[in-house]
Design a binder for this molecule. Structure first.
Ligand code: 13P
Length: 250
């Protein structure tokens, strides 16, 4: 009922040459991915190129960030409408690298979430705890706070056209994956938290896991009942690895 979605967050990696090779590899192998929806989120500078390379394929396009504003004097920023011009379907908001390195607040992330939807894009809202927050036993409280910033401002129904990515910060780029049980526990908490406000929104919501997911550990993570896909960093930069994760989704 919830179609798994495997999305590659390329972060600030690659070159024009390397992304052409990567996309060509993805196009070669995508027909062997059965049930999962596959999406790639290149750096903004390469959106136009990737958009034209994947035209006519089943690969969806996403961006890594957008402005909370619709247009105007915001040097360096990119609006949701601009992302639409390149046929983006998804946009990541609130990635931990933007929250923790660039200092984005829960409120700003909520505004970006809304700006994405206002432009007709589907936001992928990233949530997740730092290592010290897990050790302090406040993982659930942190995830709830990050989700509530959106639903308190705009209502729970906005989650209908969105995806949540649970990405424990301590598992990102560290090779330290959450165990399937650890991940499932938080995914179930997130779904339950939303269900307490709206059961049908919670039932339909796709919740991805992100954090050192790779071809070797994907199947076990994706087999968990509340894990509906993956948001993949490092392993999305190699076509074979990314496609293997897609095939692991069933
Ligand atoms: P890694 O897969 O490299 O750990 O990155 C996960 C991530 O941050 C995806 O958004």
């Amino acid at each position: 009922m919830r179609q798994p979605i495997i999305a590659g967050n390329w972060k600030m990696n690659g070159s024009l040459e390397s992304i052409r090779t990567l996309v060509s590899g993805l196009k070669d192998g995508i027909r062997d991915v059965n049930s999962a929806e596959m999406a790639v989120c290149p750096p903004a500078a390469y959106l136009a190129e990737v958009s034209s390379l994947i035209t006519g394929t089943t690969i969806a396009l996403g961006a890594q960030d957008l402005s909370n504003a619709a247009s105007g004097a915001y040097t360096g920023e990119i609006s949701g409408d601009m992302l639409n011009d390149f046929n983006c379907k998804y946009v990541i908001v609130g990635h931990s690298e933007r929250r923790n390195i660039r200092g984005e607040s829960d409120e700003l992330v909520a505004e970006k979430f809304k700006a994405a939807q206002d432009a007709g894009l589907t936001p992928i809202l990233c949530v997740g705890e730092l290592l010290e927050e897990r050790e302090d036993g406040i993982t659930e409280a942190v995830c709830a706070r990050q989700i509530d910033a959106v639903t308190d401002a705009y209502g729970v129904s906005v989650l209908e056209n969105s995806i949540i990515a649970y990405e424990p910060v301590w598992a990102i780029g560290t090779g330290k994956t959450a165990t399937p049980e650890q991940a499932q526990d938080v995914h179930a908490f997130i779904r339950g938290h939303i269900a307490s406000q709206d059961q049908s929104v919670a039932d339909g919501l796709r919740i991805q896991y992100g954090g050192s997911m790779n071809a070797g550990n994907a199947a076990e993570l994706l087999a968990q009942p509340d894990i509906d896909g993956g948001l993949i960093g490092g392993a999305s930069l190699k076509a074979d690895d990314f496609l293997a994760i897609g095939r692991a989704a069933g």
